[in-house]
Structures are given as C-alpha cells and as structure tokens.
Design a protein around this ligand. Structure first.
Ligand SMILES: C[S@@+](CC[C@H](N)C(=O)[O-])C[C@H]1O[C@@H](n2cnc3c(N)ncnc32)[C@H](O)[C@@H]1O
Length: 267
C-alpha cells in the first residue's frame, strides 16, 4: 500500500497510525513537508520512537525501514521523507499513484478549491483521501475577559485566515462539501473533530498549557499591528488569557471537521 501524507509536520500522524496498529502488512509511507526542520526532526524522532516501541529500524538510503514482528498488522513500513512544497512535489510525482492521501490540519492553509484537484492527482482512481482537522469558523475562549473585545479578536483572527497570501479559509470544513463535489470526490464519511481543551480541578492533565500558550502566540503573530485593534488593549487581552492558562482556567474550543473521500474521476 502506498500512502502519501502532505503537510506532515514532524510525523505525528504516522506515529499515531503505528500506535493504533491499523496499517496493513506492507506500507510505503511518503511524508512531505516544506520545512526542513520538520523533516529532520521527523526522521530523528521516528527512528527513536520506533526503536523504543518494538520495531527494528534500518536506514536503506535516505529511507527508514521499520519492521515489527509483534504487531498485529503492520510488519514492514518504509518511510520516505520529502522536504518540498507540496505542489512542487506533485509535479515531480506526475503519474505516481497512491492508494491513500492524508492531510491533517493542512487543507485549511491552501487555496481552495484548486488545490484539491492537484492533490487528488496523486491518487489512483478509487483511491482514498483522509482529510482531517479542517478548521470551521468557531474559536471559543472561556471564561470571557471582555465580551466585546473577545468577539472582535475572534472575528479578526478568522479574517486573518481568510486573507493569507498563500491561501486559507476560516470556514474550510463546511466549504469542503462543495469543493469536494466539484473535484469529483465522493464523501464516504464526514464529521466534527473539535479541539476541546479544558483543565480538571484547576490543572491541565498533560501538555495542554504548552499547547494553549502556542495558540495564544498564534493569535499574537496573526493580529500584531492589526489596524482594527488597539495595541495596548490587545497586549492586555493576551496577558489576561496567558494568566488564565497559568491559573489552570482557560477553556479553548476550536470547531474542525474530518472527511474521508473516495476519488471517482479517472485522470
Ligand atoms: C498545522 S501544521 C500540521 C502538521 C501535521 N500534519 C500535524 O498535524 O502535526 C501544517 C504543516 O504544513 C506544512 N506546510 C505548509 N505549507 C506547505 C506547503 N505548501 N507544502 C508542504 N508543506 C507545507 C507546514 O510546514 C506544517 O508542518
């Protein structure tokens, strides 16, 4: 089975699939990301994770080969690492046919609907695409700090996703229904996959505080010097939200959608 994951980051999805033990016996997994640091980290982390989790690891050429005897299903996974812009990668792979395309927390960064046709050209007829964590227009931070300012910041934050020069859509989840139809992909399944991050008795159980600080940093970089936002009020708002994280108070919800689709067009 040939799997390609685009915008794969540091390889978290492959580790997740290995943990779930759901891959078939022989898999070639191509992991594509444009950031050199991500690809370098993915290679190192996957090597370490696999050897600590019952896989024997070989490195034929630039690939990684993971073999597991204990595993219920996946026995041999060859991982290929590609550092490239996804559209350059698609050009070089012309005519290559993958069985499964994975894009996790990635499609909402791309120009739509044009990118879909391009991405789906990687697949065989009847191939599947698993398109997960597509942001869909709702960010909620609780408890409220200043309801009017909270609402303004949420609105501008979503607008910043819609106006990125490289593409993006703050309502990419719901819009995918139409875009997928246009791209002649059949929706096999769709559903919400929201992030709901909350403390328990004033404490976050795992790495939630780190994650929430990263989300607030993302707010900061997206809206810094925004003409519709008073810099001092914004700085005060960020400080207030960061203090809520430190006190184990902040609840964060992001509405997102997942899709599994089958490619019906012949190319
Ligand atoms: C939100 S992250 C998701 C990473 C990963 N899928 C995960 O869930 O952990 C988006 C990733 O897409 C990569 N990326 C953004 N634009 C890209 C492009 N045009 N081509 C390839 N990768 C890209 C970024 O480097 C980043 O790693």
């Amino acid at each position: 089975m040939q799997i390609v994951e685009v915008g794969a980051g540091i390889g978290s999805m492959l580790v997740r699939l290995l943990r779930w033990d759901i891959l078939p016996a022989n898999v070639h997994y191509t992991l594509v990301d444009e950031m050199e640091e991500n690809i370098a980290f993915a290679r190192q982390w996957l090597t370490e994770w696999a050897s600590q989790n019952g896989f024997s690891v070989e490195t034929p050429g630039a690939n990684l080969r993971l073999s597991a005897s204990k595993s219920a299903r996946a026995s041999a996974i060859t991982v290929r690492f590609v550092q490239a812009d996804v559209f350059d990668f698609i050009q070089t792979e012309a005519g290559f046919c993958y069985d499964l395309l994975i894009a996790h927390a990635f499609l909402d960064l791309l120009p739509m609907p044009a990118s879909l046709v391009s991405l789906f050209s990687l697949l065989k007829p009847e191939g599947l695409a698993w398109l997960t964590i597509n942001f869909d227009g709702l960010t909620s931070l609780e408890p409220a700090l200043d309801p009017k300012l909270d609402a303004l910041i949420e609105q501008l934050y979503h607008q910043s996703m819609d106006s990125r020069p490289s593409g993006g859509d703050s309502q990419s989840g719901r819009h995918l229904f139409g875009h997928l139809e246009q791209a002649r992909a059949e929706i096999v399944s769709a559903g919400a996959s929201d992030w709901v991050v909350y403390p328990h008795k004033g404490q976050y159980p795992a790495d939630e505080a780190y994650f929430l600080h990263f989300i607030l940093h993302f707010f900061e970089t997206s809206l810094l010097n925004h003409p519709g936002l008073d810099p001092e009020r914004f700085a005060g708002w960020l400080a207030g939200r960061r203090a809520q994280v430190e006190r184990g108070e902040l609840v964060y919800i992001a509405h997102q959608m997942d899709f599994l689709v089958k490619i019906v067009q012949l190319h």
